[in-house]
Design a protein around this ligand. Structure first.
Ligand SMILES: Nc1ncnc2c1ncn2[C@@H]1O[C@H](COP(=O)(O)OP(=O)(O)OP(=O)(O)O)[C@@H](O)[C@H]1O
Ligand SMILES: [Mg+2]
Length: 346
């Protein structure tokens, strides 16, 4: 354990027993390995993205980190606390936002939920007032405090939930899809806010999202999970390498021409009238390609487009599936699996 490791996840597993009806009086028992021997650490004050396709095991991981779910194997520590054993003690130190569910009282005005949390968490009065004022200002909720939660729009409710998660000054914030369903303006507001709270208070943030812009704008590091296994853990830039991502050169020629004869691995991927799209490795400079096209074709205009991260991840997961058994560059998918370890249960 490194000293700064604030969140420690060591070969953690979660296996669900699922019973399914397969016919009249027929049931089938099956095990779902939602999290499969995952290890990572998060340092205090870090903002880390946790991404992967539907059903990858992201929410299950977060539920284990809050103590809602008990791991089937491995070791977990958050601020030195074993979440499932000391869930209440940990609750004072963490904040959680599940974008798909609210923790607010549906029929009460927003501010009443906050008052309840004030008491539940025994937040000192002065601290509560100060936090509430600051958070409400940052998230622009002033006009909504007296509105019952059920009357709030999704974006308003989400901001309300974020305030609720932070009133007790948690040291770590788990965000499970905090921007789901939000419009561009609300997303921007939530992102700005997270940046500020991280800079201001040094809050450690673990962020799960399907909106990769959230990650690009907020996280220095990203972890990719697929089928319960950690496939990548490193900087966002490295993900591009692991996914062999490509940039796109868009060129406008004077007139419609056959596809440009480009030096491999660059190649034309689309032609539309005088406009052509060429894909080339993101790790290479566009300059030689541009020079060559400019010398040989009637070039009018050009632009370069950055790779789409969603495509990069899809490609990375796809290629690591194809090369199972080998050791692909920076990805972690094929690390040999250690024998499962179990904590003694009491
Ligand atoms: N309580 C449960 N009982 C049985 N299976 C479960 C339970 N919770 C999750 N699972 C299964 O575990 C797997 C991982 O689910 P999880 O909710 O962690 O995925 P996720 O990465 O959060 O996906 P999404 O992006 O759709 O939110 C899925 O196959 C899911 O069906
Ligand atoms: Mg989920």
């Amino acid at each position: 354990m490194t000293e700064q490791a604030f969140i420690e996840v060591d070969r953690v597993e979660k296996v669900f027993d699922v019973r399914r009806r397969t016919g009249f009086l027929k049931r089938e028992r099956r095990q779902v390995r939602a999290v499969d021997s995952i290890s990572f650490t998060v340092a205090r004050g870090e903002m880390v993205g946790y991404i992967g396709p539907n059903g990858a095991g992201k929410s299950t991981t977060i539920k284990m980190l809050t103590g809602i779910l008990t791991p089937s194997g491995g070791r977990l520590r958050v601020a030195g606390i074993d979440p499932s054993r000391e869930r209440t003690r940990l609750a004072h130190r963490i904040g959680v936002v599940f974008g798909q569910r609210t923790t607010l009282w549906w029929d009460l005005p927003l501010v009443d939920s906050y008052k309840l949390m004030h008491r539940m968490y025994r937040i000192p009065d002065a601290r509560y007032r100060e936090n509430l004022d600051r958070l409400v200002e940052l998230l622009d909720l002033g006009d909504l405090l007296d509105v019952p939660v059920r009357q709030l729009s999704l974006g308003q409710r989400m901001r309300g939930d974020i305030v609720a998660a932070l009133l007790h000054d948690p040291e770590v914030l788990y965000l499970d899809e905090p921007t789901i369903g939000l419009d561009v303006v609300s997303k921007g507001r939530v992102r700005e806010f997270l940046k500020e709270i991280n800079a201001e208070r040094g809050t450690t943030v673990l962020l799960t999202t399907h909106d990769l812009q959230d990650i690009e704008l907020l996280c220095s590091r990203v972890m990719v999970i697929d089928h319960g296994r950690l496939m990548y853990n490193g900087p966002l830039a490295g993900l591009h390498e692991a996914g062999e991502s490509e940039r796109t050169l868009v060129v406008d020629l004077e007139r419609e021409l056959p596809p440009i004869d480009a030096p491999a691995p660059a190649r034309v991927v689309k032609v539309d009238g005088p406009r052509q799209w060429l894909a080339f490795p993101a790790s290479e400079s566009a300059a030689p390609l541009v020079a060559r096209i400019a010398a040989e074709y009637p070039l009018v205009d050009l632009s370069v487009r950055e790779p789409d991260i969603e495509a990069v991840i899809a490609k990375m997961l796809h290629s690591s599936g194809e090369t199972r058994g080998e050791t692909p560059g920076e990805t972690l998918g094929e690390t040999p699996k250690p024998p499962p370890e179990r904590e003694p249960t009491t």
